[in-house]
Write a protein of this length. Structure first.
Length: 273
Protein backbone atom coordinates (compact mmCIF):
# COMPACT_ATOMS: atom_id res chain seq x y z
CA UNK A 1 0.00 0.00 0.00
CA UNK A 2 1.39 3.42 -0.90
CA UNK A 3 1.99 5.97 1.82
CA UNK A 4 -0.73 8.31 0.49
CA UNK A 5 -3.50 5.72 0.73
CA UNK A 6 -2.43 4.36 4.10
CA UNK A 7 -4.96 5.11 6.84
CA UNK A 8 -3.30 6.11 10.07
CA UNK A 9 -4.64 4.52 13.22
CA UNK A 10 -5.23 6.97 16.06
CA UNK A 11 -2.61 6.88 18.79
CA UNK A 12 -2.70 7.31 22.54
CA UNK A 13 -1.54 10.91 22.00
CA UNK A 14 -4.57 11.68 19.83
CA UNK A 15 -6.84 10.41 22.59
CA UNK A 16 -4.99 11.86 25.58
CA UNK A 17 -4.75 15.30 23.96
CA UNK A 18 -8.50 15.48 23.27
CA UNK A 19 -9.27 17.05 26.65
CA UNK A 20 -11.14 20.31 26.13
CA UNK A 21 -11.45 19.62 22.39
CA UNK A 22 -14.33 17.97 20.51
CA UNK A 23 -15.90 15.20 22.64
CA UNK A 24 -14.42 11.74 22.08
CA UNK A 25 -16.74 9.26 20.37
CA UNK A 26 -16.43 5.76 21.80
CA UNK A 27 -18.49 2.61 21.18
CA UNK A 28 -18.00 -0.99 22.19
CA UNK A 29 -17.20 -3.54 19.48
CA UNK A 30 -16.79 -7.30 19.66
CA UNK A 31 -16.62 -8.61 16.08
CA UNK A 32 -14.99 -7.71 12.75
CA UNK A 33 -18.00 -6.71 10.59
CA UNK A 34 -19.46 -4.45 13.29
CA UNK A 35 -16.02 -2.94 13.95
CA UNK A 36 -15.77 -2.16 10.22
CA UNK A 37 -19.09 -0.27 10.34
CA UNK A 38 -18.24 1.67 13.51
CA UNK A 39 -14.61 2.42 12.68
CA UNK A 40 -15.00 5.50 10.42
CA UNK A 41 -17.16 7.26 13.02
CA UNK A 42 -15.38 6.50 16.28
CA UNK A 43 -12.23 7.75 17.98
CA UNK A 44 -12.04 4.66 20.17
CA UNK A 45 -13.46 1.15 19.83
CA UNK A 46 -13.68 -0.53 23.21
CA UNK A 47 -13.65 -4.31 23.31
CA UNK A 48 -15.47 -4.24 26.64
CA UNK A 49 -15.96 -7.17 28.96
CA UNK A 50 -19.65 -6.33 28.46
CA UNK A 51 -19.12 -8.90 25.66
CA UNK A 52 -19.86 -11.53 28.32
CA UNK A 53 -23.36 -10.15 28.81
CA UNK A 54 -24.34 -8.79 25.40
CA UNK A 55 -22.78 -11.50 23.21
CA UNK A 56 -22.35 -14.58 25.40
CA UNK A 57 -25.50 -14.22 27.53
CA UNK A 58 -23.75 -14.10 30.93
CA UNK A 59 -25.50 -12.26 33.78
CA UNK A 60 -22.38 -10.32 34.80
CA UNK A 61 -18.91 -9.75 33.30
CA UNK A 62 -17.29 -11.77 36.12
CA UNK A 63 -17.13 -14.96 34.03
CA UNK A 64 -15.32 -13.34 31.11
CA UNK A 65 -11.91 -14.92 30.39
CA UNK A 66 -8.63 -13.77 28.86
CA UNK A 67 -9.31 -16.09 25.91
CA UNK A 68 -12.67 -14.41 25.22
CA UNK A 69 -11.13 -10.92 25.35
CA UNK A 70 -8.29 -11.95 23.05
CA UNK A 71 -10.57 -13.60 20.49
CA UNK A 72 -12.90 -10.58 20.33
CA UNK A 73 -9.94 -8.15 20.39
CA UNK A 74 -8.41 -9.89 17.36
CA UNK A 75 -11.71 -9.68 15.46
CA UNK A 76 -12.10 -5.94 16.19
CA UNK A 77 -8.53 -5.25 15.11
CA UNK A 78 -9.17 -7.08 11.82
CA UNK A 79 -12.35 -5.09 11.18
CA UNK A 80 -11.01 -1.63 12.04
CA UNK A 81 -8.45 0.67 10.42
CA UNK A 82 -8.37 4.05 12.09
CA UNK A 83 -9.93 3.86 15.55
CA UNK A 84 -7.83 3.46 18.69
CA UNK A 85 -8.67 -0.01 20.02
CA UNK A 86 -8.80 -0.67 23.75
CA UNK A 87 -9.36 -4.17 25.18
CA UNK A 88 -10.75 -4.71 28.68
CA UNK A 89 -8.71 -6.75 31.15
CA UNK A 90 -11.14 -9.34 32.54
CA UNK A 91 -11.94 -9.87 36.23
CA UNK A 92 -9.09 -11.74 37.93
CA UNK A 93 -6.42 -10.87 35.35
CA UNK A 94 -4.83 -7.84 37.04
CA UNK A 95 -5.91 -7.50 40.68
CA UNK A 96 -3.50 -9.95 42.37
CA UNK A 97 -0.26 -8.09 41.71
CA UNK A 98 1.49 -5.86 39.20
CA UNK A 99 3.53 -8.66 37.60
CA UNK A 100 0.43 -10.73 36.81
CA UNK A 101 -1.25 -7.60 35.48
CA UNK A 102 1.72 -6.97 33.17
CA UNK A 103 1.88 -10.57 31.94
CA UNK A 104 -1.82 -10.53 31.05
CA UNK A 105 -1.77 -7.02 29.56
CA UNK A 106 1.28 -7.89 27.43
CA UNK A 107 -0.47 -11.08 26.25
CA UNK A 108 -3.58 -9.11 25.25
CA UNK A 109 -1.49 -6.54 23.36
CA UNK A 110 0.71 -9.11 21.61
CA UNK A 111 -2.07 -11.48 20.61
CA UNK A 112 -4.59 -8.85 19.50
CA UNK A 113 -2.41 -5.94 18.32
CA UNK A 114 -4.66 -3.52 20.25
CA UNK A 115 -3.33 -0.13 21.33
CA UNK A 116 -4.25 -0.14 25.03
CA UNK A 117 -6.00 -2.00 27.83
CA UNK A 118 -8.69 -0.86 30.26
CA UNK A 119 -8.98 -1.95 33.84
CA UNK A 120 -11.47 -1.14 36.56
CA UNK A 121 -9.54 1.10 38.87
CA UNK A 122 -10.40 0.76 42.50
CA UNK A 123 -7.84 2.24 44.91
CA UNK A 124 -5.65 -0.91 44.73
CA UNK A 125 -5.20 -0.49 40.97
CA UNK A 126 -2.97 2.61 40.92
CA UNK A 127 0.11 0.45 41.49
CA UNK A 128 -0.86 -1.85 38.62
CA UNK A 129 -1.52 1.10 36.28
CA UNK A 130 1.88 2.68 37.01
CA UNK A 131 3.61 -0.69 36.53
CA UNK A 132 1.93 -1.24 33.14
CA UNK A 133 2.49 2.29 31.84
CA UNK A 134 6.20 2.20 32.82
CA UNK A 135 6.51 -1.02 30.82
CA UNK A 136 4.85 0.25 27.65
CA UNK A 137 1.17 -0.57 28.13
CA UNK A 138 -1.20 2.41 27.80
CA UNK A 139 -3.99 2.08 30.38
CA UNK A 140 -7.54 3.45 30.44
CA UNK A 141 -9.02 3.58 33.95
CA UNK A 142 -12.67 2.93 34.89
CA UNK A 143 -14.31 4.41 38.01
CA UNK A 144 -17.80 4.84 39.46
CA UNK A 145 -20.03 1.86 38.73
CA UNK A 146 -17.53 -0.94 38.22
CA UNK A 147 -19.37 -3.95 36.74
CA UNK A 148 -16.63 -6.39 37.83
CA UNK A 149 -17.28 -5.34 41.46
CA UNK A 150 -21.05 -5.81 41.49
CA UNK A 151 -20.87 -8.80 43.82
CA UNK A 152 -19.48 -6.40 46.45
CA UNK A 153 -21.62 -3.35 45.67
CA UNK A 154 -24.82 -5.38 45.34
CA UNK A 155 -25.72 -4.78 41.69
CA UNK A 156 -25.54 -2.41 38.76
CA UNK A 157 -26.21 0.68 40.88
CA UNK A 158 -25.22 4.30 40.40
CA UNK A 159 -22.24 5.18 42.60
CA UNK A 160 -21.25 8.25 44.61
CA UNK A 161 -24.62 8.61 46.32
CA UNK A 162 -23.25 9.84 49.65
CA UNK A 163 -20.23 11.88 50.73
CA UNK A 164 -18.07 8.85 51.53
CA UNK A 165 -18.77 7.19 48.19
CA UNK A 166 -18.25 10.48 46.33
CA UNK A 167 -14.89 11.01 47.97
CA UNK A 168 -13.86 7.44 47.15
CA UNK A 169 -14.77 7.76 43.46
CA UNK A 170 -12.92 11.08 43.13
CA UNK A 171 -9.84 9.62 44.84
CA UNK A 172 -9.92 6.56 42.59
CA UNK A 173 -10.04 8.75 39.48
CA UNK A 174 -7.19 10.95 40.70
CA UNK A 175 -5.10 7.92 41.64
CA UNK A 176 -5.65 6.40 38.18
CA UNK A 177 -4.63 9.65 36.49
CA UNK A 178 -1.57 10.13 38.69
CA UNK A 179 -0.53 6.55 38.00
CA UNK A 180 -0.47 7.38 34.28
CA UNK A 181 -3.90 6.44 32.87
CA UNK A 182 -4.32 8.23 29.51
CA UNK A 183 -8.14 8.40 29.89
CA UNK A 184 -10.74 7.34 32.44
CA UNK A 185 -14.20 5.87 31.92
CA UNK A 186 -16.71 7.22 34.45
CA UNK A 187 -19.76 4.98 34.74
CA UNK A 188 -23.06 5.50 36.54
CA UNK A 189 -22.56 8.67 38.58
CA UNK A 190 -24.55 11.90 38.91
CA UNK A 191 -23.72 14.91 36.76
CA UNK A 192 -22.07 17.00 39.49
CA UNK A 193 -19.72 14.19 40.45
CA UNK A 194 -18.79 13.49 36.81
CA UNK A 195 -18.10 17.20 36.37
CA UNK A 196 -15.94 17.39 39.49
CA UNK A 197 -13.89 14.37 38.37
CA UNK A 198 -13.56 15.73 34.82
CA UNK A 199 -12.31 19.05 36.16
CA UNK A 200 -9.87 17.50 38.59
CA UNK A 201 -8.02 15.17 36.22
CA UNK A 202 -5.82 16.23 33.32
CA UNK A 203 -6.70 13.24 31.14
CA UNK A 204 -10.00 12.93 29.21
CA UNK A 205 -12.96 11.34 30.94
CA UNK A 206 -15.36 9.17 28.97
CA UNK A 207 -18.85 8.96 30.40
CA UNK A 208 -21.41 6.19 30.35
CA UNK A 209 -24.42 7.21 32.38
CA UNK A 210 -22.28 10.05 33.69
CA UNK A 211 -23.72 13.14 31.91
CA UNK A 212 -22.53 15.38 29.09
CA UNK A 213 -19.92 17.02 31.31
CA UNK A 214 -17.41 14.25 30.45
CA UNK A 215 -14.81 14.72 27.70
CA UNK A 216 -16.34 11.91 25.65
CA UNK A 217 -19.15 9.38 25.63
CA UNK A 218 -19.29 5.61 25.32
CA UNK A 219 -22.27 3.32 24.86
CA UNK A 220 -22.57 -0.43 24.57
CA UNK A 221 -23.30 -0.81 20.85
CA UNK A 222 -26.06 -3.47 21.03
CA UNK A 223 -27.82 -1.21 23.61
CA UNK A 224 -27.77 1.88 21.39
CA UNK A 225 -28.82 -0.12 18.34
CA UNK A 226 -31.89 -1.41 20.19
CA UNK A 227 -31.08 -5.13 20.34
CA UNK A 228 -32.47 -5.49 23.86
CA UNK A 229 -35.95 -4.84 25.26
CA UNK A 230 -34.55 -3.44 28.48
CA UNK A 231 -31.69 -0.96 28.67
CA UNK A 232 -30.47 1.29 31.50
CA UNK A 233 -31.98 4.80 31.79
CA UNK A 234 -28.89 6.49 30.36
CA UNK A 235 -29.01 4.63 27.02
CA UNK A 236 -30.40 6.42 23.99
CA UNK A 237 -31.65 3.88 21.45
CA UNK A 238 -30.61 5.15 18.01
CA UNK A 239 -32.36 2.28 16.26
CA UNK A 240 -34.79 -0.56 16.89
CA UNK A 241 -32.75 -3.47 15.58
CA UNK A 242 -34.75 -5.92 17.70
CA UNK A 243 -37.92 -5.14 15.72
CA UNK A 244 -36.05 -5.04 12.39
CA UNK A 245 -34.41 -8.44 12.98
CA UNK A 246 -37.67 -9.99 14.17
CA UNK A 247 -39.49 -8.75 11.05
CA UNK A 248 -36.76 -10.03 8.74
CA UNK A 249 -36.64 -13.46 10.38
CA UNK A 250 -40.45 -13.79 10.41
CA UNK A 251 -40.55 -13.00 6.69
CA UNK A 252 -37.73 -15.48 5.95
CA UNK A 253 -39.45 -18.24 7.94
CA UNK A 254 -42.76 -17.61 6.14
CA UNK A 255 -40.99 -17.62 2.73
CA UNK A 256 -39.22 -20.92 3.44
CA UNK A 257 -42.43 -22.55 4.68
CA UNK A 258 -44.39 -21.32 1.63
CA UNK A 259 -41.53 -22.33 -0.74
CA UNK A 260 -41.16 -18.70 -1.85
CA UNK A 261 -37.46 -18.86 -0.95
CA UNK A 262 -35.25 -19.56 -2.81
CA UNK A 263 -36.62 -18.44 -6.18
CA UNK A 264 -35.10 -18.99 -9.65
CA UNK A 265 -32.72 -16.01 -9.37
CA UNK A 266 -31.34 -17.45 -6.14
CA UNK A 267 -30.78 -20.93 -7.57
CA UNK A 268 -27.70 -22.25 -9.45
CA UNK A 269 -28.28 -23.63 -12.95
CA UNK A 270 -26.10 -26.38 -14.34
CA UNK A 271 -24.19 -24.92 -17.29
CA UNK A 272 -22.44 -27.33 -19.59
CA UNK A 273 -18.73 -26.58 -20.14
O1 LIG B 1 -17.33 -3.44 29.22
C1 LIG B 1 -17.74 -2.38 28.72
O2 LIG B 1 -18.42 -2.35 27.69
C2 LIG B 1 -17.39 -1.14 29.41
C3 LIG B 1 -18.18 0.06 29.04
C4 LIG B 1 -19.51 -0.03 29.65
C5 LIG B 1 -17.46 1.30 29.38
O3 LIG B 1 -16.57 -1.15 30.26
Amino acid sequence: MSKQTQIRRKTVRDIASAKGQQPLVVLTAYDAPTAELLDPHCDVLLVGDSVGMVVHGLETPVGVTMEMMILHGQAVMRGSKQAFVVVDMPFGSYETNADTAFENAARIMKETGCQAVKLESGAYAAHQIAHLVERGVPVMGHVGLRPQAINVTGGFKAQGRNDTERKRVIEEARAAEQAGAFAIVIEGVAEDLAEEITQSVACPTIGIGASATCDGQVLVTPDMLGIFDWTPKFVRKYHDLRTEITKAVETYAADVRARRFPDKAETYKLTKQ
